[in-house]
Design a binder for this molecule. Structure first.
Ligand code: AMP
Ligand code: MG
Length: 365
């Protein structure tokens, strides 16, 4: 029990409730859970919940205190803006100062879904939510439960990924608990998420729409709807000398605690390189790990091995990536080697996260 004097030092109690992400009919218990979660958010509290991309940490986007709490719970730098989640397209009107025709078209094509758009913000959105910017990021997530939560929570949920800043995003409720237990009011446990990487971010305030963060919705998919789309050069390069346009992309992100190196090349040569390195590292007292697809992993030796799935299945690779990075931390691995992937289509998003997790440490063999 907390005595009055020690109260501030005591962690808050985080409750966990089960929820199905996308059930056609919610049970009365699920309805009740979502209503309760919604009241917590309306009262200024924080609730973590599953979306189709990763778990989000939600608070009332129109309440500056809630946004402050989100930054504090995550240890997130306050210049890294939050994405506002809505449940109906019409709700966008109140939080943006204009809705360009491109926004309507991509919403029709990709919402609800893993796409975030950047638009000029309205007065209603506090600058705490937008990290001081005069633009706002908006997304309508897929999944019946999450949209109901948004509705019950007041219509506008600021929700970054539910991890401590700098750590890999959570793709299960257990991963959320690892980072957020005692820091937030509630976790909705909906099991493993479907996509496993954060949403694609497209900036519609630029003359030509520009992708600031790659995700499941690829440049090719956007171009089919919008015509020409640019991509922020910093997504894959670290030598452009430019700052990323999405403030959050400048931070070392998605990173395990051990030193991660990506190894690119022919599979036989990659395996040979990894085995030489892990033998040498092991002899030097390091604990070694390998993250690779099934085909390569069988050829590699390390203390800890994490399989991403089959090489031909990019969706599986994406879904398993963050859990593999987190497992390396759990196993206290100090030197990690990961397979490299082709940076096209959805592979661009996989490589963007891997490169950031590795601090752009890539060896070509
Ligand atoms: P997270 O919610 O953790 O997936 O991170 C949200 C990402 O969206 C970060 O990289 C932010 O920098 C980016 N973002 C949010 N709002 C804006 C905005 N108004 N302009 C540019 N990037 C944004
Ligand atoms: Mg994040």
């Amino acid at each position: 029990m907390c005595c009055e004097k020690r109260k501030s030092a005591c962690a808050m109690k985080t409750i966990t409730e089960k929820i199905r992400q996308d059930a056609a009919h919610l049970t009365s218990q699920e309805e009740e859970t979502l209503r309760r979660a919604g009241s917590i958010i309306r009262a200024g509290g924080l609730v973590a919940f599953p979306t189709e991309t990763v778990y989000g940490l939600g608070g009332d986007a129109l309440n500056r205190e809630s946004s402050r709490k989100i930054y504090a719970a995550k240890g997130r730098p306050s210049d890294n803006p939050l994405i506002v989640h809505i449940s109906r397209f019409a709700d966008m009107e109140r939080i943006v100062s204009e809705i360009p025709e491109e926004a309507v078209r991509i919403a029709e094509a990709f919402w609800p879904g893993p796409l975030t758009m950047i638009l000029p913000k309205s007065e209603l959105v506090p600058t705490e939510t937008t990290g001081g910017l005069d633009t706002v990021a908006v997304r309508m997530p897929a999944g019946a439960s999450v949209r109901k939560l948004i509705e019950y929570g007041g219509g506008y949920l600021a929700a970054p990924s539910a991890n401590l800043s700098g750590r890999p995003s959570p793709t299960t409720a257990e991963a959320v608990r690892e980072d957020m237990d005692g820091r937030i009011d509630m976790i909705l446990d909906g099991g493993k998420v479907g996509i496993g990487l954060e949403s694609t971010i497209v900036d519609l305030t630029a003359r030509t729409p520009q992708i600031l963060r790659p995700g499941y919705v690829t440049a090719e998919m956007l171009e089919r709807v919008l015509g020409k789309v640019d991509t922020d050069v910093t997504i894959l390069a670290d030598d452009s000398g430019q700052a990323p346009k999405a403030p959050g992309m400048k931070y070392r992100h998605y990173a395990p605690r051990g030193e991660l190196t990506l190894v690119a090349g022919e599979p036989e040569r990659v395996a040979a390189y990894i085995n030489r390195q892990t033998a040498e590292d092991g002899a030097g007292g390091e604990r070694t790990g390998v993250i690779a697809t099934q085909e390569l992993l069988g050829k590699c030796r390390a203390d800890v091995a994490e399989c991403l799935g089959r090489r031909c299945d990019e969706e599986d690779i994406a879904r398993n990536l963050y859990a593999a990075l987190r497992r390396m931390d759990e196993e206290k691995v100090t030197k990690i080697y990961a397979e490299s992937f082709s940076a096209s289509g959805f592979g661009t998003a996989i490589m963007n996260r891997l490169l950031k997790a590795a601090g752009h440490r890539v060896v070509k063999v």
